[in-house]
Write a protein that binds this ligand. Structure first.
Ligand SMILES: C[S@@+](CC[C@H](N)C(=O)[O-])C[C@H]1O[C@@H](n2cnc3c(N)ncnc32)[C@H](O)[C@@H]1O
Length: 556
C-alpha cells in the first residue's frame, strides 16, 4: 500500500517541463491497460449488419430504462458542451443508428487530448472526427493520452488508459496529476477509485463543481434561484475510511462447465487443480473481476480480515452455484467504554453491527444500510444541525422532525434533542426494528418509527407544517413524484435533502420549487447547497440541499 510501490521513478518537475512528449508511467506501474483484455477470438471482429442492428436495439432499450429510472445521464450535458449543440442535434436527428454507431473497434487505440472531467471522474476528449467523445479514466484535463476503446455508447466511447503521452502544461488547468499520491497497487486498473492521483483539496473543489453543475443542469431552475455551492465538507480520513467492503467473484469457467446442462451439482467433478478465482472489484471499463488482496480506502480491520475471507471463498468454491458478493463490515467491539474504538469485522448479513456517532449508539443488521464513512458522520450531523438551528423559524422546544428514508435512525436519533417529536419512516422492516431499539438504548423517547414506503408517512403526520422540518435521504434514484406531491401538500417549513446522487437530488428539488401537476404550488427557496465527501479518492459526492418555505404567497 506504499505510495512508492512502482518500479519506475516519477518524472521530476524539470523532466516534465523538458520533455513534454515523453511517455509517463504512473508510480504504481499501471500506465498500461490491464493485461488480459481479450484480443482476437472475435474481440475486434466487425459485426454483421444483423448483429449491429441487434446491438443498437439493445442499447436503445437500456437507455430507455435508465431514463425512466434515473433521468438523463450527466455525461450528455458534457457531450453537448464539448461537441456543440448543433453537432449533437444533427446526430440525434439521424436516429439511433448514428447515435449508437459502433464508432471504434474494441481494442482500437486513439490518441486524444483530455478536455475536462465528467461527474463520474473520467477524462473526456473529443474524437479526431469531432462528432464523438472518448471517456478515459485516471487522467486529468490537458493531458495527451492514448486510450484503448472498450465499448461504444451513445455519442461516446468508453476506454482504458494506455499511456499519458504528454502532461498538462503546468498551471494551465486547476487539476494536476501527482502520481506520488497514489496509494494502491491496483489504481488505474480497479474501477473503485478515480482520483488517487489528485490532491485532496482539488478533489474537494472538483466535487463542489459537480454539485454546482448538477443543480444547473438537472433542476430546471433559473440560475438566480441557485446559490453557489459551498465548499465541500471534507472527510477527516482520506484513506482507511470505508467501513463496508463488498468484493465479488464469478464462478470459474471450469466449474460452470462441470455442472452440466441441467445445472445440477451431481455433474461436478472436482478438477485436479483448484481453479483460479479472482475475488475483488470490476476492472475499469469491463465486467471482468480484478483480484484484490487489499484496499487502502477500507479500514485497517477490513484489510486484516480480507485474506481469511478470500481463503474461505476459495476453500468452498465447489459449493457455489454461481458467483457471489461477500460482505465485510467494520463494527465497534463494544459500547461501554466510549474511549475504546477498537473494531472487529462482521461477514454475516444478519449479524449486528455497532456504531457510535458522537454520543449516539447504533445497532444495525450488517446487511442493511448504514453510512460507510464513520469519520465524517459527526461533522455531517453537526452541519445538518447548524442548518436547522439557523433556518427553522419554530421556537426551540416546539419543532417537529419528519425523517423520511430514515434507515436505523441516524438523523432522527442524533438530532432528537432539537425537536419536540420526531417521526421516521423506512421501507426496511429490519432497519425499523433496529431504529426502535436504538431509541431505547440511547434513552430517547420523543421518536416514532414506522416501517413502510416513505410516502406512507404523510397519512400519519399531524405535525403543524410551519413548525416541521423534513429530512430526506433517499436511495440513488431519488424521491418519486407521489412522494413529492405529498410533501408539497404537507409543506414543511424547512427541508434538508441529503442524497448520494446530486443529479436526482437536483431534479427533485426543481420539482419541489417548480411544482408538480395535481400538487399545491409552494413557495420554496434554496438556502444552501453543499457536497459532503463521504468517499474520498472516488467521484462520489453526497449532496445536502436546504430549502425554506417563504410564508404568505402560497397560503400555507
Ligand atoms: C441512503 S439510505 C439513508 C438511511 C439513513 N438516512 C442513514 O443515513 O442511515 C436510504 C434508505 O432509504 C430506504 N428506502 C428505499 N426506498 C424507500 C422507500 N420507498 N420508502 C422508505 N424508505 C426507503 C433504504 O432502505 C435505505 O435505508
Amino acid at each position: 500500500m506504499s505510495a512508492t510501490a512502482g518500479s519506475s521513478s516519477p518524472p521530476t518537475k524539470k523532466q516534465r517541463n523538458d520533455s513534454p512528449t515523453q511517455t509517463i508511467q504512473l508510480e504504481n506501474g499501471n500506465t498500461t491497460a490491464p493485461a488480459g483484455a481479450p484480443q482476437g477470438n472475435g474481440f475486434n471482429r466487425i459485426l454483421t449488419p444483423k448483429e449491429e442492428a441487434k446491438r443498437i436495439k439493445s442499447k436503445v432499450r437500456d437507455r430507455q430504462k435508465v431514463l425512466e429510472k434515473m433521468g438523463e445521464e450527466p455525461i450528455y450535458f458534457d457531450i453537448a458542451d464539448l461537441l456543440g449543440d448543433e453537432v449533437v442535434q444533427t446526430i440525434i436527428k439521424e436516429g439511433p443508428s448514428k447515435e449508437f454507431i459502433n464508432k471504434f473497434r474494441r481494442g482500437e487505440e486513439i490518441e486524444c487530448r483530455i478536455e475536462r472531467l465528467s461527474a463520474h471522474g473520467e477524462g473526456l476528449a473529443i474524437a479526431p472526427s469531432r462528432d464523438w467523445v472518448i471517456a478515459v479514466p485516471h487522467c486529468v484535463p490537458g493531458e495527451l493520452v492514448v486510450a484503448r476503446i472498450t465499448a461504444n455508447e451513445r455519442m461516446y466511447s468508453r476506454s482504458e488508459l494506455v499511456t499519458v503521452k504528454e502532461r498538462a502544461a503546468e498551471s494551465s488547468h486547476a487539476i494536476e496529476r501527482d502520481d506520488k499520491l497514489v496509494n494502491c497497487k491496483y489504481f488505474g486498473t480497479c474501477s473503485g477509485c478515480q482520483y488517487q492521483h489528485i490532491e485532496y483539496a482539488t478533489q474537494l473543489d472538483m466535487k463542489r463543481n459537480v454539485v454546482q453543475r448538477a443543480f444547473k443542469n438537472f433542476s430546471h431552475l433559473p440560475e438566480d434561484l441557485l446559490p453557489p455551492a459551498k465548499s465541500t465538507l471534507p472527510s477527516p480520513l482520506q484513506f482507511n475510511y470505508r467501513t463496508k467492503l463488498t468484493p465479488h467473484f464469478e464462478l470459474p469457467r471450469e466449474l460452470k462447465r462441470r455442472r452440466g446442462a441441467r445445472g445440477r451439482d451431481e455433474t461436478i467433478e472436482k478438477p485436479k487443480e483448484v481453479p483460479y478465482v479472482a475475488i475483488g472489484f470490476d476492472k475499469v471499463g469491463t465486467k471482468q473481476v480484478l483480484d484484490i488482496e487489499e484496499c487502502p480506502i477500507a479500514t485497517a480491520s477490513i484489510n486484516r480480515a480480507l485474506p481469511a475471507e478470500r481463503q474461505r471463498v476459495k476453500d468452498n468454491i465447489y459449493t457455489y452455484k454461481n458467483g457471489a458478493t461477500i460482505l465485510l463490515r467494520d463494527s465497534l467491539k463494544q459500547f461501554e467504554d466510549k474511549d475504546d474504538a477498537s473494531t472487529e469485522v462482521i461477514t454475516d448479513h444478519k449479524a449486528t453491527v455497532k456504531e457510535r456517532v458522537g454520543v449516539t449508539k447504533f445497532l444495525s443488521p450488517a446487511g442493511t444500510f448504514f453510512q460507510n464513512n464513520r469519520s465524517i458522520l459527526p461533522s455531517l450531523i453537526s452541519y445538518v444541525q447548524e442548518q436547522i438551528q439557523t433556518y427553522s423559524t419554530a421556537q426551540e422546544g416546539d419543532r417537529y422532525l419528519v425523517d423520511a428514508y430514515c434507515g436505523s435512525g441516524l438523523f432522527s436519533l442524533c438530532l432528537a434533542t432539537l425537536f419536540k417529536r420526531v417521526a421516521g419512516v423506512e421501507i426496511s422492516a429490519d432497519s425499523i426494528k433496529f431504529a426502535k431499539q436504538n431509541a431505547t438504548i440511547n434513552g430517547i423517547e420523543n421518536v416514532d418509527f414506522l416501517a413502510g414506503d416513505a410516502q406512507d408517512i404523510f397519512k400519519h403526520i399531524t405535525y403543524p407544517s410551519d413548525r416541521t422540518t423534513m429530512i430526506l435521504d433517499p436511495p440513488r434514484r431519488g424521491c418519486d413524484e407521489p412522494f413529492i406531491k405529498q410533501l408539497l401538500t404537507l409543506a414543511p417549513q424547512l427541508i434538508v435533502y441529503v442524497s448520494c446522487n446530486v443529479h436526482t437530488q437536483a431534479r427533485d428539488v426543481g420539482q419541489m420549487i417548480n411544482g408538480l401537476p395535481g400538487a399545491p404550488k409552494r413557495n420554496y427557496e434554496i438556502l444552501s447547497i453543499r457536497g459532503a465527501d463521504l468517499f474520498p479518492q472516488t467521484y462520489h459526492v453526497e449532496g445536502i440541499c436546504v430549502l425554506r418555505r417563504k410564508t404568505g404567497e402560497d397560503g400555507a
